[in-house]
Design a protein around this ligand. Structure first.
Ligand SMILES: [Fe+2]
Length: 343
C-alpha cells in the first residue's frame, strides 16, 4: 500500500508557489489543523523545499469561533487555537509566506489583517485537487483583475440587472474595491487558490435581487430551484419572497440571531474562465469550498454579514453566485447576460 497523492500534486503546488513569487531562502509556514488534507500539507512542504525556501509545517488544534458547524463554508472565522495563541501568531507574522491549509481559513478574522500588516503573504487553499489543478492561475490574470478593480475604483455606480428581474443600484463611493487572483505575490497580500474575481464593500445599495433557477447558494452548496426575490434598501434585505429557497434563506437569517445577518457584504463579479458551474453538483460538500461558483467568469457574486470596511463582525455569511446578470459600472458593461466582457 502506498500513497502517491501528495507527489501527484507536487507540480501544481510548485507552480502555485512560483506564482506567489517564493524565493530561495524565504521562510514558509504550512499551516494546518488535524482535519486538513495531509496530501496538501506534504505537497506544499515539498514544493517550498524544492524551491529552496525554509519551510515549517505547523499543525494546530482544530475548532473555530463560529457558532455554526463549518465544513469549508467560506466564512473564514479563523481557528480558535491560533486566535488565542500569541506564539502561533508570531510564527505566522515572522513568515514570508503562509500556506493556509486550514478548513475555513481566516478570511473574516481581524487577526488576518494583523498578520498581513507584518508583510506576510498568505495563500489559502481548500478546494479539491481537480479544482485546484483545473483552475491554476495564469500570470496574466493579475492584469485582468487589476483592470476590473481599477474601473470600480474610479466609478460611482454599479448597476446589476437580469431578465429574471434583478435591478440593483450600488453606490461605489468608499466601497474599497479589491481583487482575488489565485496567488499572493506582494508583501502583505492574502489570496485564495483558486480564485479570479473583483469585489467591493459598498454600504448602500437599493432595488431587488432575483435569484433564478440554477443560481448557487453558499455555504449550503445548493442550486436554487424556485426563484427568490430579495428587496434591498440602504444595503439591507428588507423582504424575501419566493419558494423553498426563500424560506431557507429566511430561516438562516432568523436562526443566525445576528444584527448584520440581513446586511449586504462584498459584491462583485467572477473572471475565472476555467471555473465549472457544475462542480457544486459533482463533489461532496466537505470536499469543496466552492470557488468554482464564487469566481465563475461572468457571474455576479454578492453576500451578507461581515463587513470589515464598516467594522461589522458577523459569522452569518452567505455568498450567492448568480448567472445571467448584466453588470454595468458607470455605464461600462463588464458582464452582459452572464457573459464576461473584457477588452
Ligand atoms: Fe464571501
Amino acid at each position: 500500500m502506498f500513497d502517491l497523492s501528495s507527489v501527484d500534486l507536487l507540480d501544481a503546488f510548485t507552480r502555485e508557489l512560483e506564482l506567489c513569487k517564493l524565493k530561495e531562502d524565504e521562510h514558509v509556514v504550512v499551516l494546518s489543523e488535524p482535519g486538513s488534507r495531509g496530501d496538501y500539507v506534504a505537497a506544499a512542504f515539498g514544493a517550498a523545499k524544492s524551491l529552496g525556501a525554509h519551510v515549517i509545517a505547523a499543525t494546530v488544534p482544530g475548532g473555530n469561533a463560529s457558532p455554526s458547524d463549518s465544513t469549508r463554508t467560506g466564512s473564514g472565522p479563523g481557528l480558535t487555537s491560533v486566535l488565542n495563541d500569541s506564539t502561533a501568531q508570531d510564527l505566522l507574522k515572522s513568515a514570508d509566506l503562509v500556506v493556509d491549509l486550514t478548513q475555513e481559513g481566516f478570511i473574516h478574522a481581524p487577526l488576518q489583517q494583523e498578520i498581513l500588516k507584518a508583510g506576510t503573504r498568505i495563500i489559502f487553499v481548500c478546494d479539491a485537487p481537480d479544482v485546484l489543478i483545473r483552475n491554476l492561475p495564469q500570470e496574466g490574470d493579475k492584469e485582468r483583475v487589476l483592470q476590473a478593480a481599477g474601473l470600480l475604483k474610479r466609478s460611482e455606480i454599479m448597476r446589476v440587472t437580469s431578465d429574471a428581474g434583478t435591478d440593483l443600484t450600488v453606490q461605489l463611493k468608499g466601497a474599497h474595491p479589491e481583487f482575488q487572483v489565485g496567488f499572493a505575490d506582494d508583501p502583505g497580500r492574502w489570496d485564495h487558490w483558486p480564485s479570479t474575481m473583483v469585489l467591493c464593500w459598498p454600504e448602500f445599495s437599493d432595488g431587488q435581487l432575483v435569484l433564478a433557477e440554477g443560481d448557487i447558494l453558499l455555504p449550503f452548496k445548493e442550486y436554487v430551484r424556485d426563484p427568490v426575490t430579495l428587496h434591498i434598501a440602504d444595503g439591507h434585505i428588507e423582504k424575501i419572497s419566493g419558494g423553498a429557497e426563500a424560506k431557507l434563506l429566511e430561516s438562516f437569517f432568523e436562526d443566525a440571531d445576528d444584527q448584520w445577518a440581513r446586511s449586504l457584504s462584498h459584491m462583485g463579479w467572477g473572471l475565472m474562465k476555467s471555473a465549472d458551474w457544475f462542480a457544486t453538483a459533482l463533489y461532496g460538500k466537505g470536499e469543496l469550498m466552492g470557488m468554482d461558483a464564487r469566481a465563475f467568469a461572468g457571474n455576479f457574486l454578492w453576500s451578507t454579514g461581515p463587513h470589515p470596511v464598516l467594522g461589522r463582525e458577523s459569522y452569518a455569511h452567505v455568498d450567492i453566485a448568480m448567472r445571467g446578470c448584466t453588470v454595468s459600472v458607470d455605464g461600462t458593461d463588464t458582464v452582459v447576460g452572464g457573459r464576461l466582457v473584457e477588452d
